[in-house]
Design a protein around this ligand. Structure first.
Ligand SMILES: [Fe+2]
Length: 263
């Protein structure tokens, strides 16, 4: 898969890019097959029941043994198929092109599960606490998503604001209070910033949203009965990495760091 010049311009201008049909049905099936093989191990320990779907197995494990569910979840990021996909040509070529470098860093990919009974809302945030100031993020739903059922929401062009500081911005969106989204909405209701309106793209399974470090993005709760499975992976630039330049730096740039000072 090759990015055209107009795609790169669009990415730089809007801070994100959507590539339809980025993951093929076969690749999505491959991810679920490996997760299914792995979930069968704790499931067989707990029940002889025959399950119709992978979602049923996951929800059963969640109900019966939360710890084993977490163990399964932790190991999904080490599944060979999930790791291999993150370093496959189609991901890497885009990462290199957008980071303008032949040498880039791969961060651990993950599969995320959002289900109806756990109304997790990830308030909008900038992608901080990464290795470099320049990060390319892939958010790829493995099921169809839209505004009504819940999905990703972003503020196009907000990356141009650079690192924005506000109340509690020195901590992650998840550790901040439930008021974080209100704080963000308030910031973006001012005369100067109200042009950065949120969009809620409707996506088919396998469509990829690729976005930059500083674009404000988050996810709304999953309101549908099916689990919202998403594949998430990241590339970091080798440039703008304090860890390579300062012996006192931590691997990940702390939330309270002034990212605008990183060069
Ligand atoms: Fe994020």
């Amino acid at each position: 898969m090759r990015l055209l010049k107009k795609d790169i311009n669009k990415f730089n201008e809007y801070g994100y890019l959507i590539i339809k049909n980025f993951l093929k049905k076969k690749e999505i099936k491959g991810i679920f097959n490996q997760m299914d093989d792995m979930i069968n191990i704790p499931i067989k320990k707990l029940s002889k029941k025959k399950f119709k779907t992978f979602d049923e197995k996951y929800l059963f494990l969640l109900r019966k043994n939360k710890i084993l569910k977490s163990h399964f979840y932790d190991l999904t990021k080490l599944l060979e198929g999930i790791v291999n996909l993150a370093v496959s040509k189609k991901f890497v070529n885009i990462g290199k092109k957008l980071l303008k470098s032949n040498t880039i860093l791969v961060d651990t990919p993950q599969v995320r599960a959002d289900h109806k009974s756990d109304k997790r809302f990830l308030p909008q945030h900038q992608e901080l606490n990464q290795i470099s100031k320049d990060v390319i993020n892939f958010w790829v739903p493995l099921v169809n998503v839209n505004k009504k059922g819940g999905g990703i929401f972003l503020r196009p062009k907000s990356h141009k604001l650079g690192h924005l500081k506000f109340k509690n911005s020195n901590m992650s969106a998840t550790s901040d209070s439930k008021k974080r989204q209100n704080t963000i909405d308030k910031i973006f209701s001012t005369k100067k910033l109200k042009k950065y309106k949120s969009i809620y793209p409707a996506l088919k399974a396998g469509d990829a949203v690729i976005f930059q470090t500083f674009i404000f993005h988050g996810t709304t709760p999953n309101k549908l009965n099916r689990i919202r499975w998403t594949y998430i992976s990241r590339f970091n630039s080798i440039n703008k990495t304090p860890y390579l330049k300062n012996s006192k730096s931590t691997l990940r740039i702390p939330y309270d760091f002034d990212y605008n000072k990183i060069s």
